[in-house]
Design a protein around this ligand. Sequence first.
Ligand code: 6PG
Length: 250
Amino acid sequence: MISRLSPRPQLRVHADADAMTRAAADAFVATAQAALAAHGRFGVALAGGGTPKPLYELLAAAPYRDRLDWSRVEVFFGDERCVPPDSPRSNYRMAHEALLSKVPLPPANVHRLRGEDEPALAALAGEQDLRHAFRRDWPRFDLVLLGIGDNGHTASLFPGCACLRERERAVCAQYVESQHEWRLTLTLPVLDAAAAVWLLADGAGKADVLAQVLDGPWQPDVLPMQYVAPAQGEYVWWLDRAAAARLSDA
Ligand code: 6PG
């Protein structure tokens, strides 16, 4: 059964990865400024992996760097590998090197998932940090950035994983066989509560999985990205032409 994804993301397709990154950086600043104007702070969950790194590097440099009051930006992570923060595999380390160390963010505004700790304890600590940061309400990010793996995973929500079923907690820990490592991840109810959810994907290597997610059979346990369904929020896929090449809407 071909089931069209609901809600369907808005597709913002650009000629190449650089153009996509610049457009996403412009939109990031606009989204942040709107959140600051609306409620005095901007809560963002960063994606890991390699795709968002150019965006983070662009935001860390003029003119983008100077367009935000970073003192009112709160940075969280969509997921983390269970490794120390100085590990080359750490999503925190990538973001720290590309962005967080280059903008005037108060250290208390960076909410790292503690990959170095025992996973279940790290998930609990992440949950408590989130609940405190969102004043005991359910965490509602102004923006969640996501990537997608070629197996359809997003954040650290992998095919068939236990955390896909988590509906009570905001942060979940699980061992991911395919990655041979423990992972920490925000759960689907957190992603879906966000005011904006953006997927960034570029390159021909993403074309097949994006087409499967958007236009293929409804099989979210196989393609977890299909579960992402922001209830009221903005849902955007930032793509380059190569990644969008097999999409019916593009
Ligand atoms: C991670 C990410 C993961 C990532 C995808 C895509 O910790 O690996 O959170 O969900 O976004 O695997 O990774 P690339 O951007 O490197 O293709």
